[in-house]
Design a protein around this ligand. Sequence first.
Ligand SMILES: Cc1ncc(COP(=O)(O)O)c(C=O)c1O
Length: 390
Amino acid sequence: MSFPIETVRAQFPALAQNPDLSFFDNPGGTQVPRRVIDAMSHYWITSCANVGGAFATSQRTDATVAAARAAMARLLGTPDPYEIVFGQSMTALTFHLARSFGQTIQPGDEVIVTDLDHDANVAPWRDLEAVGAVVRRVPFDPKTGQLNMAALEAALQPGRTRLLAITAASNALGTLPDLKQAIRLAHAVGALVYVDAVQFVPHCPTDVTALDCDFLACSAYKFFGPHVGVLYGKRQYLESLSPHKVRPAKNTIPHCWEQGTLNHECLAGVTAAVEYIESIGIEMMQAYEATLGAYLLDGLRDISGATIYGPGKTERVPTVAFNIAGYTPRAVCEALGAAGICAWSGNYYAVGVMETLGLTEGAVRIGLAHYNTLAEIDKLVDVLQSLPKK
Ligand SMILES: Cc1ncc(COP(=O)(O)O)c(C=O)c1O
């Protein structure tokens, strides 16, 4: 397969600006292509105004918001752009939705979270304990990084389980849980499903219609766009739940869920980010990343003293967590940083993952994107290999 890596990289000014850096903190937030930067400044120059006014720049802002909704509907696979809600971040949107969902909780109702999830898809649901919900945790296998589907099935209780909160892709281990099966199991007991797709959307084709999930949240700065959270919700649930809103704000979806004035310039960037992905093709990106991910795993296996966590070369996203014997994760990242390699260490808010693995200081994380190269991975492996043995 040939992937147009040079053409791709040429579209990212930050990559050209920092030719000596290899950027592997993509799960923390990706770089941004020129068209996103241009779209945002174009908005400010041509359209800067609030929505709903009787003048040209306001009407252009209305069009900017509508275009972003249509773009996100395409990216996530719903025909209905009004099922797309924008907000500050995935975390803020999840707290927002969970708070409204909490109004429907009866004492003893159950909510399920997983130990593979980022805390943004755990803490908002744990908060429902305050309104009488029982929160159950589904573990994952520390050897394989795979979600324990038998434990999930056992936790789902007909009539009692109201919601399953589940990740589509782990931001620590790169695991892809069997989402379709989890959703089927949850629906079979009458539970709704809230999917955290923050680390899925940048790497894999997303189709909320085929998945049949009830909610799915993601974040544009993880897929080459600006800092905007995006929530898909089935129309019936967005309409039946009551959002916390100011009285004059519209009562119709999706507006009733959008608190305050949206970040219009960022929405111009969201449209451009979606168009960027469409211009390459998410399947092309996914196939290239699979090659990079396998190469990374092979390289890390050659490092003496390295412990790699999570799934091996199975279907996964190219995010890999590991430690090197004798080094704290931070010390490894400092050595990498000094060599021009950008990588993260710690728990990356994947609290349940690090608890399960018993890693109090977390792990080093290399998270690849489609603009990374085999040569960058070679450099990473060389630096790790040159660390003095301890
Ligand atoms: C898997 C996952 N979920 C949720 C979040 C939170 O996203 P946001 O920063 O938009 O709140 C992150 C951020 O790293 C993440 O990796």
